[in-house]
Every structure is written in structure tokens, then in C-alpha cells.
Design a protein around this ligand. Sequence first.
Ligand SMILES: [Zn+2]
Ligand SMILES: [Zn+2]
Length: 349
Amino acid sequence: MRRLPVYFVLDCSESMAGEKIQKMESGVAYIIQQLKKDPQALESVYFSIITFAGISRTLSPLLEISYFYPPKLPLGGGTSLGLALQNLMKDIDVNTVKTTFEKKGDWKPIVYLWTDGRPTDNVDEAIQRWNKNYESKVDLIAIGIGEQPDLAVLKRLTATVLHFENSNSKDFNKFINWISTSISIQSKSIDKKTDNTELIIDESILKIIKEPPSLLKDDTCLTFVGRCQTTSRPYLLKYEKNNKRLVTKDMNLSIDSFIFEGCYILDESYFEWSDPRSFNNSVNSSSLIGGASCPHCSANSAFAVCACGKLLCLNVPGPALCPWCDKNILFEDGNESEEGSFNVRSGRG
Ligand SMILES: [Zn+2]
Ligand SMILES: [Zn+2]
């Protein structure tokens, strides 16, 4: 039996924190569940999940669909697409069977790459290697998600670049259905002895990218990692860009501010999955609107900054112990309007 290897290469960078990653997780679970009901897919599809944030790992190695259970997706800082591609190429080399004179190998592997941001590592070498050795032997479908995927970099990898921009649940469900149907169709058409299957694209939800925009949009999301003073456990604060303009009789200003979106509990694996180099943005706190209480201990603020530059939670002004550097600090009951603003390093997802 010739296998049809299907890879999902998923971006689990911190901009995915919260609802997005939950949707992705349940979407993948749904796709697996649907394929398990499809006799043709059950017979031929072998499935694997590779994820990437600051690092990249194979979360689920290539396995026949009936034995496949969707994993919990990690979250980390950074979007190391270059590493993800190197990892994917290695996995294809090691785990798929090539056709030789003696025997028929696997069917042409299919890769669905999902990413919602721009790479934070160098992708040139990986793209060159891909184009030279893999492009003709693998079907790569690259899907940019949300408002600021780097469609130009995806276009350098494959002719098939799609953009899924909508965030409402109805369209997301359509999108997930589209993927599971596409894999079903792909698994049926392998019998026709053609290695090239036509992808039917639902253009009501997916935009086919022919000419990617040359200019990337500015960052639309900022993230900050803090630790709870009481439990030392980490959390992530996420802010989204507020694209408002202030228009009066004599001025027309764009207000560069970020509005609080959510505060999420992290586990320590976040640091394992993060590339520290991706935290290179310095942001002034005055451009951030809103905040949250600590998701671990409910202290009033999750946004107190130690002299070491890291965030911690703080209930009331006064002495505190930094869970990052173990130093005692004193937070004064200051007049925030004058000296309250400070610079803090953020990740850009
Ligand atoms: Zn706390
Ligand atoms: Zn500190």
C-alpha cells in the first residue's frame, strides 16, 4: 500500500495566544476526525504535525490516520519559519519512502503550512534548499492567516499561496472544512495515477495570492511575558493595534496605540519554544491602553516592571520580590501621569 504523507506545519508563535491557538487546535482535531470517517483517507493518508515558534519540532511523527490523535499545541516567542522548513525537509528525507527502480515509494507528500506572522529568523538558505530539492517533489500549500502574514516570503516557496483573513467563527469553520475536504479529494485522486491533484479553492473565504504586497503592514500585535510574584508562574499579555486617527480642524494624526486584548496563563514550555532574539521591540508603556489583573493570583496589575526589565504582577504599591531576578524592589505610589511611562521590551509574535 502506497502511503500519502500529509504534513501540517503550524505557526505557534505568541501572536496566536488565546482564542487563535484554541481554534487551530480544535480545527486540526476536527480535520482528523473527518478523515477518520473517510475510507479512502483511512487507507492512504499518513499524517504528521510540525510546529514552530522560536524553535521547531515534530510534534506528531508521520502516522496512519486511524492511530492519529491530535496533540496539544505549544506556544512560544518567535516565528522561525527557516527552522521549520529545515525540520520539514529533514522529516521528509527520513520518514517518507522514495520511489526507486525496485519499488514504488510513497505518493507525493502534501504540506499545509499555516502562519500568521513574518519570519523572525533567516529563511534564505531554507527557501533555496526547498526550491532546489523539494519544490517539485512535494505539494506545498501555504496559508497566511490573519492581518499580517508575510505573503511575499510564502510566495518565494510555492505557487500556491492562500490568504485567510477573516476571523469570525463561521468562516473559520468553512476554512477547516475546506482543508479536510481537500485532503479527502487528494487521497481519492491518487488512484488516477496522476501525481498532480487539482486544488479546489473556496474563494469566498480564501484569497488566492498571485502578486503579494511588497510592503508589510506594521506590527498589529504586541506581547509581553510576566511572572506572578506569588506563584512565579508565567503569563502573557497581548495588545492589538488600534488604528484610529485623530482628526480635528487643524490636525490629522494617527494614534499609535495598542489596546489590551487578553492575559493568558503560560506554562514553562513557553520558554523552551521561544527564541529570545525575537523580543527586540522596545515599547513605551504610554502607548498601551488597558491591562489586566494577574491570571494566577488575581493581583491588581499584571504590568509592573522590575529594574531588570521583566514584568511581574503587583497588588498594591510597596515592596515586592521580582520572580525573575530575585531582587527586592519598591514600587512607590507614584503619580503615574508624570513619571508613569517607561520602556518595556515586547515580542512581536
Ligand atoms: Zn500574581
Ligand atoms: Zn527583576
